[in-house]
Design a protein around this ligand. Structure first.
Ligand SMILES: Nc1ncnc2c1ncn2[C@@H]1O[C@H](COP(=O)(O)OP(=O)(O)O)[C@@H](O)[C@H]1O
Ligand SMILES: [Mg+2]
Length: 380
């Protein structure tokens, strides 16, 4: 089911009585979610992710705008009539019911023509339980299961009515790190197997990047960028997006452009064809630093950490903003002398991004145009 959010906004009376007035939780959100895809709504806490999801499922009504499921305007439809399955952070299972009864619950509430015979209900429960691989646990009570298993029950319960759309609101937040990893893979698998259009809400960029076909990065009720995870990581439209994606985070410098050269302090670090003279914000991904004894960017060396496959060089530079230290990730076989207190780097063009100092909007080098045209033509 294709979903179209047409300029939807949601305003609430401000919770902060001192400030008063209205608070815009979701601001002119315009987005098409393709059929059969897994799409992540990603952004910091309070940016309007749950509000958006609740409007899609019908728990909230938009103040402005329309919501379409295929060719149907569902803006005013109640949740029951939308054919959506919803999973929340708290699994919200009934503790006194068995897993089987919990999963069957939505089917037992069907009315009129939709009502199913008991054996069909049981068959559907088995099918949904099989899909999330808890078929052997149907007679247990929720408190006899791990958090990960309970969340699978909640997913099975959302799937049992065979929804056209599956909505997941931070479904992994209550799980420990290991279960988070395996459960997110599980969600990916279930989505692939069922082909149900799925919207996955999270504040965890790594989670969204690893399983989503597309991510929608939000800040304060506004869409900042939409795209395939790797594309958004490589080609951020603005400083916010570049900083929100990636661990370790992008390293941000105060810099200047003069005669199509990028300068950090008085070191000339990169050709930036087509960029006008003036101050810029330069972001360099951790993998964008190349250790080079002749490299132009001279940094204070703090420590070199080995991390299995690669090494992390922790360094300082007076023009660094935000974080106190640069974190550069390099191959583990590159030697870095720790007998000196400086380390020198060259920068990789493809890992260095420029932004407007005032607006944070991306400033492209001329070279980028060539790359983007290529991407457009090849659909990358
Ligand atoms: N019923 C409400 N009344 C007033 N403000 C609300 C209400 N619901 C949510 N908000 C505010 O809207 C913003 C977005 O909330 P939410 O969608 O829950 O964010 P997220 O899920 O991204 O953390 C928050 O600042 C929140 O305080
Ligand atoms: Mg939320």
């Amino acid at each position: 089911m294709k979903i179209k959010l047409e300029h939807i906004s949601k305003r609430y009376p401000n919770r902060d009585k001192k400030v008063g007035g209205v608070f815009t939780a979701v601001d002119d959100f315009d987005l098409t979610i393709p059929d059969g895809k897994l799409v992540g709504l990603l952004g910091p806490s309070g940016c309007g992710k749950s509000t958006t999801l609740n409007m899609i499922c019908g728990l909230e009504t938009p103040t402005e705008g329309k919501i379409w499921f295929g060719d149907t305007d569902v803006t005013k439809l109640t949740p029951e009539l939308r054919g959506v399955g919803m999973v929340f952070q708290s699994y919200a299972l009934y503790p006194h019911l068995t897993v089987r009864q919990n999963i069957m619950f939505p089917l037992e509430n069907l009315k009129g023509a939709e009502k199913l015979p008991k054996d069909e209900m049981l068959r559907r429960v088995e099918q949904a339980a099989g899909l999330v691989q808890i078929g052997e646990l149907l007679d247990r009570k929720p408190n006899e299961m791990s958090g990960g298993q309970q969340q699978r029950v909640a997913i099975a319960r959302a799937l049992v009515k065979m929804p056209k759309v599956l909505l997941l609101d931070e479904p992994l937040s209550n799980l420990d790190a290991r279960l988070r990893l395996s459960t997110r893979e599980e969600i990916r698998r279930i989505q692939r197997e069922t082909g149900i259009t799925t919207i996955f809400v999270t504040h965890d960029q790594e989670e969204a990047m690893s399983i989503c076909d597309e991510i929608v990065v939000m800040e304060a009720g506004i869409i900042r960028q939409v795209g395939r995870p790797q594309n958004v990581y490589d080609e951020p439209d603005n400083l916010f997006v570049s900083k929100f994606l990636g661990t370790p985070p992008i390293n941000v410098f105060e810099a200047t452009v003069k005669d199509e050269q990028l300068l950090i302090g008085d070191a000339t670090v990169l050709d930036v064809p087509g960029v006008p003279d003036g101050p810029v914000t330069a972001g360099v991904r951790p993998e964008g630093f190349i250790v080079d004894a002749e490299g132009p960017l001279v940094c204070g060396l703090e420590i070199v950490e080995r991390m299995g496959r690669d090494k992390s060089v922790v360094a300082t530079h007076p023009k660094l903003t935000g974080t106190k230290q640069i974190r550069a990730i390099i191959d583990s076989d590159v030697h870095v002398s720790t007998h000196t207190d400086t380390v020198r780097f060259r920068l990789r063009r493809a890992k260095t991004r420029l932004f407007d100092v005032q607006t944070g909007e991306r400033i492209h080098f001329a070279h980028d145009e060539v790359v983007r045209e290529y991407n457009r033509q090849t659909g990358a």
